[in-house]
Each structure stands twice: as C-alpha cells, then as structure tokens.
Ligand binder design. Sequence first.
Ligand SMILES: Nc1ncnc2c1ncn2[C@@H]1O[C@H](COP(=O)(O)OP(=O)(O)OP(=O)(O)O)[C@@H](O)[C@H]1O
Ligand SMILES: [Mg+2]
Length: 349
Amino acid sequence: MRSLFGKIFLWLLGTSLLPVAAFMATSSYFLPSGQAPAFLPIYLWTLLGTAVLGYLVAINLVRPLRSLRRTVEQFGRGDLTARTGSLRKDEIGGLSRAFDRMAERIETLLTAERRLLQDVSHELRSPLARLRFAVELARTDGDREEALTHIAKDVERLANLVDELLQLTRAEGDPSSQDLHVIPLNDLLRSLVADCGLEAEARHRRLALKVDGSAIVLGERELIRRAVENVLRNAIHYAPEGTTVEIVMTLVAEVATITVRDRGPGIPDEWLGQIFKPFFRVDNDRARTSGGVGLGLSIAQRAISLHQGKVEARNANPGLIVTIELPHAKGLAGRDAVLPAVGAGSFKP
Ligand SMILES: Nc1ncnc2c1ncn2[C@@H]1O[C@H](COP(=O)(O)OP(=O)(O)OP(=O)(O)O)[C@@H](O)[C@H]1O
Ligand SMILES: [Mg+2]
C-alpha cells in the first residue's frame, strides 16, 4: 500500500475487527453452554492481530516523521547539508523530498552569498591599498592633482568591481539576467596584454602574445577579461625574472583556446585539481610573499564556466600552462551590439 490514505484505511479495517470479535465473543453467552470457549480464542487472536497491526501502522507513520523532524532540526541548527534522503513513495516521502529540495536551494543560495562576500573582500583589497597610498601621497606630496587622479581612477575601479561581482552572482543564480556582448577575443587579449605589460616590465618579465584566427565570444566582456587577467597575473607573478610569459590564442573547430604559459615552478601534480578551489594556495610560504589569498583562479573558473567554457592547468616543465576554452560565437563577427538580457536564452554554444 503506497499512500498514507491506504495505510489509514488498512488500520481502520483492522480495528473494525475489534467490535466484530467482541460481538462474536459476547454472543457466545447466548449460545448453549459448552460452545462459548470455541469463540474465545477467535476473539483473543483477533484482538492480538488488531493490536499488532495497529502498532505496525503507527510505527510506520511515526518513524519517518521523527526522522524528518530530526533532519529539520539539524538543518535549523545550521547544518546546511542535512537531508532526509527519503525513498518512501507515500505522502511522508513526498514531504521529505520537498524538504530536501528546499534545503538544496537554500544551501545553494547561502553558499553563493558567502562566496560573494569572500570575493568582494578579495577583489576590493588591491584598489583599497592603492587608495590608501594615494591619500597618503596627497597629504605629503606637493602634487595633489596627480594623487587625486589616482584616487578617482581607483574609486571608478572599485565601483566597477562591485558591479561585476554582483553581476557574476546574479548571473549564476539567473543566467537570463546577463547582458550579452559580442566580444572580439583578439582585441580583448591585446588590450589586456598592453595593460599587464607595464606590470610585467616593472617586474622584469616580458609578455608575448600570438593570435591565430579571430574568435568571437558572446558574453560579459568584464567577466571574460577578469578571468584571463587573473590567469595572466598569476603567470607574471610566478614567472622567474628575465623570462617571457606566452599568451596564445587559437580558433579550432568553433572553440577559441587561450593558453597562458610561464616558466615558473609549476604546481605539484597532486594539487593541479585543487587550484581552482576558493582559497586554495599551493604552499603557505608563497602566501606570505605574494599576499594573494587564492581566489583569483576560482573567480576565473566561475566566469568561464558561466560562458560555457572551461579552464584547466597542466605542468609544462618548466612552468605552468593554463588553458581557457570558450565557444566561438560563429556568425556574430563584425557585430558590436549589446544584446538585451532577454536574448540570453539564445546564449548557448
Ligand atoms: N602560474 C602559476 N605558477 C605556479 N603556481 C601557480 C600559478 N598560478 C596559480 N598557482 C598556484 O595556485 C594558487 C591559486 O591561485 P589563485 O590565483 O587562485 O590565487 P593567488 O594567486 O594565490 O591569490 P589571488 O587571489 O590574489 O589570485 C596560487 O596560490 C599558487 O600556489
Ligand atoms: Mg592569483
């Protein structure tokens, strides 16, 4: 019997035997003496059967409800992974599964909120540090105008960053809220390499960009830019002085592939799968010297997978190769329009 109704019905049927049995037992008093004992065992057995049936039904109903209550309490205490995992086919099973779905959704939303908080604080750090420096400069240095220009630039950047992170979280929750741009990847890479080139030069590393084909990606320019920038900045950071970081873009079979290769220490093979996880850093010494917190690659991965792409890393001995693959938006080359968010439904490779 699958439904709760069925069980209750069965239980009622069982208990209804009780008065029948009682009637049969009492009616024996009206029967000629000597026959009464023949009904007594029937009565007793019926009574026993009804009691057992009633107990089984009650246990069957109460046990899953108790387990559901325990799971709800566990979830309420903050264990967001608590689930009933019920396989029952009746109404209690349905209720348990509805709870599991609700818990799943709440866990996803809360995790996304926490990640947003981590990402925001991480990404705000560098512009804030520069701002502090610029304010100090404005106080002590004569050239206030220049310091103010720096401050204005960083304030602008902070505003952009907040927008971008909010956009990333919103888009993860609801892909249809994305504003889609036609992004020529070649231009994006050229401007990125020009921007990062100054930093690389200051650290005595070179950047070499090689572009093969003209790839177009449909998506959010800032997110893609940020993803590649995080990978490139890592490469510049870990590349030894005097070496070149190579950035290559190819377009093969409608897939645009960007590889960033440095000649640094690479990553121990057992950690390769971990570096895209938030806050993962290969060793703590590096953390102390580089000041990074280990969010750059996780932000990059989220941004790229949002565009139906993927990021991977492998050792090149020497150095690390990080590969970013993105679907080429064939047929949109030459267009530069910003597609409205409602067009997001067509944003599939
Ligand atoms: N090109 C690279 N060569 C060697 N190790 C790397 C390279 N790129 C990343 N890693 C390792 O992967 C870890 C995670 O990188 P990720 O960019 O996520 O964080 P981070 O650079 O430490 O900090 P940030 O959040 O400032 O980017 C790094 O701490 C580093 O140990
Ligand atoms: Mg980094």
